[in-house]
Ligand binder design. Sequence first.
Ligand SMILES: N[C@@H](CCC(=O)N[C@@H](CS)C(=O)NCC(=O)O)C(=O)O
Length: 81
Amino acid sequence: MLKLYHCPNARSMRSLWLLYELNIEFELVEMPFDQKFTRSPEYLSVHPLGRVPCLVHNDLISTNLVLFANIYAKFLIKMIN
Ligand SMILES: N[C@@H](CCC(=O)N[C@@H](CS)C(=O)NCC(=O)O)C(=O)O
């Protein structure tokens, strides 16, 4: 299943909105918008720059909102249909 790492009040809100709009099933990992969390060793092992959004699907990790919005969403729609 897809997993979205998100912080409230960050640009990852757009990824969250997109997944809800597309009605895609995903697991939400929400953390405070605070470097104690975004730069924790645990999160840096997922996203080495410690940024959100981060979308994980199997071995594919998407860390760029623009890429995600323009390309990955289309890929996901095709994959799901
Ligand atoms: N290139 C990334 C940039 C992501 C980014 O800078 N996110 C900010 C939130 S808006 C972030 O994660 N900041 C947390 C930090 O720097 O600790 C994208 O377009 O998605």
